[in-house]
Design a protein around this ligand. Structure first.
Ligand code: PLP
Length: 266
């Protein structure tokens, strides 16, 4: 309804997951994160089994497409009703994710306006939850586009790399044959990415070293490759940061894209 607090206040949570050829990816990880967001937000949500049934219905009812985006949404409900509203929706993936993964992205570093310790100090800011309040994230993307870039990496006021508005940041180095994959510290007020989690597990099994920040922009400039990763776009190579070209590795992108697909099977 128009008076749903999800619509009037952005008071709710969501997940976006990808189904490829009718098979939804990482359902367990998305449901775990939805449950975590619900705990942080004090929302009573349907059981994992109900969501699984709803996801299966959405996939079965939608005409077959190669890539289907499935959204799980929960709001605090219609004003006064004291009961959450929950639903699942499905739509074919748009062109942006595919374009980003094949063509790469030029990004701007933009200030997120908080320091890297805020999540611990101010739990009411809901920094570890995937809430429906994405207006700032969308504004950052519009700002990037208006300034000639494709996407954004947010930084904290104390100069650390955080995440993209809808993605996790990854970087890789290769030294003396040892390949290392690094992502910013989860404790720095970023959303734990299900893609990053799945990829790290698969990469570790394939012999990669893993690392967690703190990362500063200089580390991105010194890396052998940088990506934005998320469930719908998958791995998008970063081609430039603030107008400065950085190295792109086709071989590492191919290898990690395969590992991400392997690690995303439930
Ligand atoms: N960080 C933010 C703020 C996001 O919105 C997203 C996904 O939309 C991600 C990271 C990546 O998460 P996932 O890999 O689970 O899609």
């Amino acid at each position: 309804m128009a008076t749903d607090l999800g619509a009037t206040r952005g008071d709710g949570i969501f997940e976006s997951l990808l189904a490829v050829d009718g098979v939804p990816r990482k359902v367990g990880a998305h449901l775990d994160r939805l449950a975590k967001s619900a705990r942080i937000m004090d929302l009573d949500i349907p059981s994992a089994e109900s969501w699984q049934r709803a996801i299966a219905t959405a996939v079965a009812e939608h005409p077959a497409v190669e890539e289907l985006v499935i959204k799980l949404l929960v709001t605090r409900g219609v004003e006064g009703a004291q009961r959450p509203t929950a639903w699942v929706q499905a739509e074919p993936a748009g062109p942006t994710g595919r374009r980003q993964r094949t063509e790469g992205v030029d990004i701007l570093l933009l200030d997120r306006g908080y320091d890297s310790n805020l999540a611990e100090r101010a739990p009411w800011l809901l920094l570890g939850a995937k809430t429906l309040s994405y207006a700032v994230n969308m504004a950052a993307l519009r700002y990037a586009k208006a300034n000639g870039a494709d996407d954004v990496i947010f930084t904290s006021t104390d100069g650390l790399v955080l995440e993209g508005p809808t993605s996790t940041v990854l970087m890789a180095t290769e030294r003396d044959g040892v390949k290392t994959l690094v992502t910013p510290l989860l404790e720095n007020g970023i959303l734990p990415g299900t893609s990053q989690g799945a990829l790290f597990k698969a990469a570790a099994d394939a012999g990669w070293q893993l690392g967690y920040g703190p990362l500063e922009p200089k580390h991105l400039f010194d890396a052998d490759a940088v990506w934005l990763v998320s469930s719908i776009r998958l791995l998008a190579p970063v081609k430039s940061i603030d107008g400065k070209a950085i190295p792109v590795s086709l071989t590492m992108t191919e290898e990690l894209t395969k590992l991400l697909a392997e690690g995303s099977r439930d």
